[in-house]
Design a protein around this ligand. Structure first.
Ligand code: 2AL
Length: 581
């Protein structure tokens, strides 16, 4: 079942009309400005709630003013896939930034509802009340309501009229003492998908309607300064000058060149420059400038920043200047979940043949949501990359393509992943899911008893911690039926199937290797009285053989520890195979 091109075309038409309709709800006539907790915000919420109801959802406004709707799963109360974006705007805004994500999410649900499709997970659509931070200068109030990470101090922040967040909540009919009621349990949502306009020119340049976001860029901002010596513009010969602005200028060009040479996803900007004394006939003694540097990876950002600062120091030394800097803002990059990215990529490939990957240079609700849930984003091309401007625009045809792709990704993602299955399964079924990882019933039982797990990482951590308890007894027990390395397990058990895959490097044709391993296994068994065990995945036959020979030199106690370590590695790799799609 898939949204047809005609269904998508009609749904996109509705999205365009509804975007126009929402754009009329503005505090300024003739332009769009809709800020958090304003009468217009509440009006937009009411309209979206009505559309949610029409799409077969139950709608409610939460304790921080987000408008939320739930489309129930096959079984009531199942965890939900969260879709949505924000309904607030900057001043004199465009009509798609944020709203497109809410309106397309509604269309996906309306389509499910029309075809009576209930998924294993529910769908919740949220129109966040504040992402832009236009009114109070603090951002992501809506999504941070859901994550439960509103600092108490936010209630005292004031708008330009001196109205505090607390007062604005009261004025909007909300209760500042009930903020925590907006927070959702980590188990409420399996994941979050946000569709958004790109707000940049990359997709338009590539000639594609859709792209999959790899990460939301992290940033650092710095105040920088070159100090030299002011002097008479007429009397000081060129070689004797210590011109701070000339040093800064040389550095600015180096920033541009080094950043460009560092790869397409890094950006660095010198956005302000002030020189003093600042007179036509005076050599600049001081140049102050700011640097903004962003990247989808904190590591590559910091590597580039180190080389930019090194360059500044080198320029300063050569020109007899002093360079100094201070970092005044840091935000970490938000990587998108790889499984969800893959689902969005498959969906994009299916509707537009290609799935370009790109980072997001702008901040989004998903940044906050990622504190609790896996997130991913689908970008839609916008004309000229223009955003935060009334000229912001998208093509209805692109919205139709986006709806087809987004609905495919939703269908795929709202079916339960292995972690949800494991969390929801009966005790016996959950045991069966992990039975082939290691033949240790007690370890299996303890792991199953620890359910539910909030994430695969949490499960892996618990599994690793439980495996740290293993001793010689567990080793003997786990190895009772374990195949020798180099032997092809012949039975049809799930564990044997895994073992065959893992051992592919030594299942090959190399007779000399096979013989040497057989001899090594026999020596090992004679020496230690159990099967030689090694994590085979990722290792060549030669490496395995040389490790086998090295391990034969171990004393008994050291070898127990070495074998246990291998057993842990094999078990955790198998567990990853079960839970990471
Ligand atoms: C194995 C096995 O089955 N998988 C693996 O990585 N190593 N067996 C063994 N004797 O080392």
């Amino acid at each position: 079942m898939q949204m047809t091109a005609e269904e998508a075309r009609l749904a996109a038409e509705r999205v365009m009309l509804r975007s126009d309709r929402l754009a009329q709800i503005s505090e300024t006539s003739g332009e769009l400005t809709r800020v958090y907790l304003s009468p217009e915000h509440l009006q937009a919420n009411a309209l979206v709630a009505q559309w949610m109801n029409e799409a077969g959802m139950n709608a409610w406004q939460d304790a921080v003013g987000n408008i939320c709707g739930r489309y129930e799963a096959q079984h009531e109360g199942a965890p939900a896939l969260l879709l949505g974006s924000h309904l607030d705007t900057v001043r004199n805004a465009g009509r798609y930034d944020g709203m497109l994500g809410v309106l397309t999410a509604l269309e996906v649900v309306a389509w499910l509802n029309k075809h009576h499709i209930r998924l294993t997970q529910a769908i919740e659509v949220v129109g966040f009340g504040d992402e832009e931070g236009t009114r109070f200068g603090i951002t992501l109030l809506g999504s941070r309501g859901l994550t439960g990470s509103w600092p108490q101090a936010w209630l005292e922040c004031e708008d330009a009229q001196g109205i505090s967040v607390a007062r604005a909540l009261v004025n909007a009919g909300l209760d500042p003492t009930r903020i925590a009621h907006a927070a959702r349990s980590p188990l409420d949502f399996s994941a979050c998908l946000e569709l958004h306009i790109e707000q940049g020119p990359v997709l338009e340049k590539a000639g594609l309607a859709l792209g999959v976001v790899t990460a939301i860029n992290g940033a650092k901002r710095l105040n920088c300064r070159f100090d030299g010596e002011a002097g008479h513009a007429g009397t000081v010969p060129m070689p004797l000058r210590r011109d701070a602005l000339a040093g800064a200028a040389e550095w600015m060009l180096a920033v541009e060149q080094l950043t460009q040479a560092s790869g397409p996803t890094l950006v660095a900007t010198v956005g302000t420059l002030k020189c003093s004394p600042g007179a036509v006939n005076v050599i600049p003694g001081c140049a102050e400038l700011t640097l903004d540097i962003r990247s989808p990876s904190d590591e590559t950002r910091d590597t580039l920043l180190a080389s930019l600062l090194e360059k500044a120091r080198e320029i300063a030394a050569r020109r007899d200047l002093k360079f100094s800097h201070e970092i005044f803002y840091i935000s970490s990059a938000t990587p998108c979940d790889s499984g969800l990215q893959a689902a969005l990529s498959r969906a994009c490939e299916s509707v537009q043949g290609k799935a370009p990957l790109l980072p997001s240079g702008a901040g989004h609700d998903s940044m906050a949501l990622a504190e609790r849930w896996p997130v991913a984003m689908l970008f839609v091309r916008c004309a000229g990359g223009i955003s935060h401007h009334p000229a912001e625009s998208v093509e209805a045809a692109d919205v139709a393509t986006a709806l087809q792709a987004f609905s495919l990704a939703v269908l795929e993602s709202a079916q339960p992943g292995p972690l949800q299955q494991f969390n929801a399964a009966s005790h016996e079924d959950a045991l069966a899911m992990i039975a082939a990882c290691v033949a240790l019933p007690e370890w299996q039982r303890l792991l199953v008893a620890e359910r539910p797990f909030m994430s695969v990482e949490a499960l892996m951590q618990k599994a690793a911690a439980l495996s740290e308890r293993w001793q010689e007894n567990e080793l003997a027990q786990a190895l009772q039926a374990h195949p020798r390395i180099g032997d092809k397990p012949k039975d049809a058990s799930a564990e044997s199937a895994l073992s065959r895959q893992e051992q592919s490097a030594v299942n090959g044709q190399d007779r000399a290797l096979t013989q040497a391993l057989a001899q090594g296994n026999a020596d090992y068994e004679a020496r230690f009285g159990r099967v030689f065990l090694i994590r085979a995945k990722g290792r060549s036959g030669e490496e395995i053989l040389s490790l086998l020979q090295a391990r034969l030199q171990n004393d008994d106690a050291a070898e127990v520890q070495a074998a246990l370590e291998q057993l842990r590695q094999i078990t955790l790799l198998r567990l990853e195979g079960v839970f990471i799609r």
